[in-house]
Design a protein around this ligand. Structure first.
Ligand code: NAG
Ligand code: NAG
Ligand code: NAG
Ligand code: NAG
Length: 356
């Protein structure tokens, strides 16, 4: 199977001597196989894997269909190394040391059907990186350091069948990011530190819809909160997230409402802001719950007020009663000793008068 590709470079070396001796060295473009790589002119495959490369070879044949660069030490893809490779179908950069992917890296590669970036050090991806890849069917981003995906990243990938995000640092995903993946059949999400809280609730709905459609998900095991640790998010009852609606209500009654911003921005030219398909319907049932909350507050306030007034009245009554009683007792006490003294004086006077 691999025999022709292995012997190709040496065969070409011999052939080129002949050709060059005839001073006809302007060979067909694919015959310029990069140093250290193995080229197969039948499958248009250029195999540069495991060669200790630190950069992409500059002289890649422009009609390359398969480019294998795995198991190297490539750290950077700056300078548009794949521009002109318009025929490229498969690109494998697995097991390298890439930490970022420059914008426009795949801009000319509209024929790509498969990208493998497994086991690199990619921390973030630009929103427009995968723009225009309308033939892409497989995308492997497993074993990287991705902690989030920008919304809109997968907008052009309506043909994607297989996606791996395994073994990254993802805590949460946004449902909207995944909606454009209309052909997706298989997604790998395992081995990420998932936080199974309100932020993941909408994505849970997406996963349920995806599974219902026949899609396959490997696993989504919660890391946080503690009481859900180790449980698969898909098995956690949706009722566990009812409290999220309450939280949203509380947030939406505040002055700034972040989730509604992209919706109003999407249609700035329209006179009446029409909620686009991206707008969540949450807003529709918010007002009733807000009204309910306000009603509760008013009733609680009225009850509190009545109780307070009653307490004040009771306290005032108690005070008045106590002061009246105190006054009465004081007067009673004052009068008794006075009466006793008066009698004594009268007796004394009687005694004096009798002596006299
Ligand atoms: C790509 O092709 C253009 C013209 O088609 C050429 O000027 C340019 O040098 C090529 N770039 C590379 C990196 O081969
Ligand atoms: C990831 O890549 C590194 C370096 O290329 C390699 O040593 C390691 O074995 C790879 N790990 C996996 C799981 O493939
Ligand atoms: C796909 O490859 C063909 C040649 O194989 C090329 O003519 C065409 O422009 C490429 N398409 C895109 C979108 O680059
Ligand atoms: C509510 O707002 C707080 C901070 O403003 C935020 O941390 C929290 O995630 C929000 N909750 C929801 C459900 O949006």
């Amino acid at each position: 199977m691999r025999e022709p590709s292995r012997s190709f470079s040496s065969g070409w070396a011999q052939g080129s001597l002949l050709v060059c001796s005839l001073s006809l060295c302007v060979a067909s473009s694919f015959h310029s196989c990069p140093h250290l790589c193995i080229c197969n002119s039948d499958s248009m495959e250029v195999d540069c894997s495991g060669r200790g490369l630190t950069a992409i070879p500059p002289d890649l044949p422009h009609d390359t269909r398969i480019l294998l660069l795995l198991n190297n030490r490539i750290t950077s893809l700056a300078g548009g190394p794949f521009s002109n490779l318009t025929s490229l179908h498969r690109l494998d950069l697995s097991n390298n040391f890439l930490d970022q992917l420059p914008l426009g890296l795949f801009a000319d590669l509209g024929n790509l059907t498969e990208i493998r970036l497994r086991n690199n050090s990619i921390r973030s991806i630009e929103r427009d990186l995968l723009q225009g890849l309308q033939q892409l069917r497989r995308l492997d981003l497993s074993l990287n350091f991705l902690s989030q995906l920008p919304p809109g990243l997968f907008d052009d990938l309506s043909t994607l069948h297989w996606l791996s995000l395994r073994s990254n640092r993802l805590q949460s995903l946004d449902r909207m990011t995944f909606e454009p993946l209309a052909s997706l059949e298989n997604i790998q999400l395992g081995d990420n530190p998932w936080e199974c809280d309100c932020n993941l609730r909408d994505f849970k709905h997406w996963m349920e819809w995806f599974s219902y459609r026949g899609g396959k998900i490997d696993e989504l095991q919660c890391t946080l909160p503690k009481d859900l640790r180790g449980r698969d998010m898909r098995m956690v009852p949706v009722e566990m997230f009812n409290y999220c609606l309450q939280l949203e209500d509380e947030n939406s009654s505040g002055p700034v409402e972040k989730p509604s911003l992209p919706c109003t921005k999407a249609s700035p030219a329209l006179a009446e802001p029409e909620p686009g398909p991206d707008c969540p319907q949450k807003q529709r049932y918010r007002p009733t719950s807000v009204r309910r909350a306000i009603g509760t507050v008013i009733i609680a306030g009225v009850v509190c007020g009545v109780v307070c007034i009653m307490m004040v009245v009771a306290a005032a009554y108690g005070c008045i009663y106590a002061s009246l009683m105190a006054k009465y007792h004081r007067e009673l006490k004052k009068r008794q000793p006075l009466m006793g003294d008066a009698e004594g004086e009268q007796e004394e006077q009687r005694q004096i008068s009798s002596v006299a």
